[in-house]
Design a binder for this molecule. Structure first.
Ligand SMILES: C[S@@+](CC[C@H](N)C(=O)[O-])C[C@H]1O[C@@H](n2cnc3c(N)ncnc32)[C@H](O)[C@@H]1O
Length: 566
């Protein structure tokens, strides 16, 4: 028996999957030899390399060894499948082993906010009046600086040749590859297309309560069960699972696991970046960015220069990110502070109130003026790896959509430990004007389920009167990213939403990024405070009966009110 704590920790991780130490030992030894005793490579991703190598070795052995594993379990079920079910294509030359994928500090997060004036960005949504504007929707993508290929360290001869097949970590999907991998171990299948009631593309997962789930989508091949979707808290095989709900649009896979088996995924179309629905005034052009509004003279990584760059000047004269890519403690603390009265802006002519009653609008209820992060962008001289570009690089944490046991529907959890200040994801959805959102809500049937929209009002104070086309919000009901599954928690949520200015010099439009407020353990559910006023009976989207289980829950009392949104 070894006393080496690193070996013991590795055994602990594999034991959790039901793998006996004695079978792990030779694989571990082999990996240590191959990786030149580089434990980090073996330990990363919760020993994924080790686990993959173990299953590879088992596959390479004959039936005899398999029997041995079963016996080693004392008759209990063999740990179902290897964590990474790579298919034939995955083993192709063009693929890159997981250890070759550069590890971005997992720290991007963006949260949607539905704040009603307590501590968040979004305000309540207006009620009546309908104005029909235009008939031809035009969508323009508002994309991140998403050079996905740039996130990979190129495969070198040395790195590919030195790893024996049995110890070779299962390959990662190359981020940004379209369609990804199919076949092989895939258990999900691409079925007939399904279009939602509104004519939008819909992602619909259905399936029997046991066995493989079926995916219906009009455009995208969602591949079969793969690595991460098989990871569950207890190491059990989920009843339904998806390898990647992002349809390969994110640089990391976002799996789905249903260990309960009584829900189907709501119909929605996964988009990795916000997109204008129709009338929102989101004008992205280099000409609008003056030389003073960017750091044109910088190069490489702004964080390594002696003085904060021009972009950092806009966030209090200093960078908000550490070299490790985490949000700095003091900035995070300031964002988490309860707002004072002076942090609220009261419009003279509030777009929300205008919509509720055009002729006799009520007084503005106030909008929380919030701290912004300003990231470097394309007119800046620095590169994509500049430390002042975190949110725009997209999701890098291992996230999983899962069915919550407390009846909150689907939720999001992290599959890895996240440090405080880590960016998790952005709240992505359609960019709508308030008028469009109002119309959408008034016309939606009671049967339709809505996610909470987020009002982008964190800087409304800078304008005396806001035009309709500048009062924007994000709606992730029909088109959205993983953030649409993040559930609400009344207090002590582990995520906070922070406005991020990237490509537009004004702040009518901005990104909303979720960062962790503390260290988050693996398999812990990610939550944020929607800022809902559970007593607001006028809100077009009825409040749900809150089941956040926090000590200061504001929404427990909601008996008899049933939310239509989901
Ligand atoms: C943005 S969605 C979150 C994802 C959602 N759970 C799902 O299954 O799609 C918001 C909805 O989730 C549910 N929800 C979120 N937080 C909740 C909580 N603390 N208690 C009960 N339900 C919650 C409510 O139905 C709410 O309308």
């Amino acid at each position: 028996m070894t006393n080496n704590p690193r070996v013991l920790k590795a055994f602990k991780a594999t034991r959790a999957l039901g793998i006996p130490d004695r079978l792990v030992k030779p694989v571990l030894k082999n990996l240590l030899a191959v990786y030149d005793k580089n434990w980090e490579l073996i330990e990363e991703d919760n020993y994924r390399t080790l686990v993959d190598a173990y299953f590879e070795s088992q596959d390479n052995k004959g039936e005899e060894d398999k029997r041995e594993v079963d016996m080693g379990h004392g008759g209990s079920e063999r740990p179902t499948k290897k964590l990474h079910l790579a298919n034939d294509e995955d083993h192709g030359e063009s693929e890159i082993p997981s250890r070759m994928v550069s590890r971005q500090a997992s720290m991007e997060s963006s949260e949607p906010c539905l704040r009603d004036g307590r501590a968040g960005s979004s305000s309540q949504i207006p009620l009546k009046q309908s104005r029909d504007k235009g008939k031809n929707p035009t969508s323009s993508a508002v994309s991140r600086d998403n050079h996905k290929k740039d996130f990979l360290i190129p495969k070198t001869e040395e790195s590919t040749n030195c790893v024996p097949v049995s110890a070779q970590p299962a390959p990662m999907r190359r981020p940004g590859s379209s369609g990804g991998s199919t076949g092989g171990n895939s258990v999900t299948s691409l079925a007939s297309s399904e279009v939602g009631t509104s004519g939008r593309d819909a992602l619909h997962v259905s399936g029997p309560s046991k066995g493989p789930c079926r995916i219906e989508h009009s455009q995208v091949d969602l591949n079969g069960m793969g690595s991460s979707c098989l990871i569950t808290r207890e190491g059990k095989k989920p009843i339904k699972s998806l390898d990647d709900i992002s349809k390969s649009t994110e640089k990391v896979k976002i799996s789905l696991a249903d260990e309960i088996g009584n829900e189907s995924l709501p119909k929605f179309n996964y988009i990795p970046d916000n997109i204008v629905y129709q009338h929102a005034n989101v004008n992205i052009s280099l000409a609008r960015i003056s030389d003073e509004d960017c750091c044109i003279g910088c190069s490489g990584d702004c964080l390594s220069s002696e003085f904060p760059c021009a972009c950092a000047q806009e966030t209090g004269g200093d960078f908000v990110y550490t070299k490790q890519g985490l949000l700095k403690e003091d900035f995070l603390t300031a964002c988490m502070r309860e707002p004072d009265k002076q942090n609220f802006f009261y419009c003279q002519d509030c777009p929300h109130e205008r919509l509720k009653n055009e002729y006799m609008p009520e007084k503005c209820k106030g909008h929380h003026i919030r701290k912004f992060i300003k990231e470097c962008w394309r007119k800046c001289g620095c590169d994509l790896w500049c430390g002042n570009r975190v949110v725009q690089r997209g999701i890098s944490c291992k996230l999983q959509v899962f069915l919550t046991p407390e009846g909150k529907g689907w939720g999001v959890r992290t599959l890895e430990v996240l440090q405080k200040g880590t960016f998790v994801c952005e709240y992505v959805g359609e960019i709508l004007t308030n008028t469009e959102l109002y119309e959408r809500n008034t016309h939606s049937s009671g049967a339709e389920r809505h996610t909470y929209p987020v009002t982008l009002d964190a800087d409304w104070g800078s304008e005396r009167v806001l035009r309709d086309e500048d009062a924007l919000c994000l709606d992730a009901t029909f088109h959205g990213n993983v953030a649409r599954f993040i559930n609400h928690r009344c207090c002590d949520a582990n995520l906070i939403d922070i406005p991020v200015q990237v490509e537009t010099p004004d702040r009518h439009y901005y990104h909303l990024a979720f960062f962790t407020t503390r260290t988050v353990s693996d398999f812990e559910e990610l939550t944020w405070d929607y800022g809902i006023d559970f007593d607001d009976l006028e809100h077009p989207i009825e409040a749900f009966q809150c089941n956040c289980r926090s000590v200061a829950c504001r929404g427990k009392r909601q008996k008899g009110r049933k939310g239509k949104q989901h």
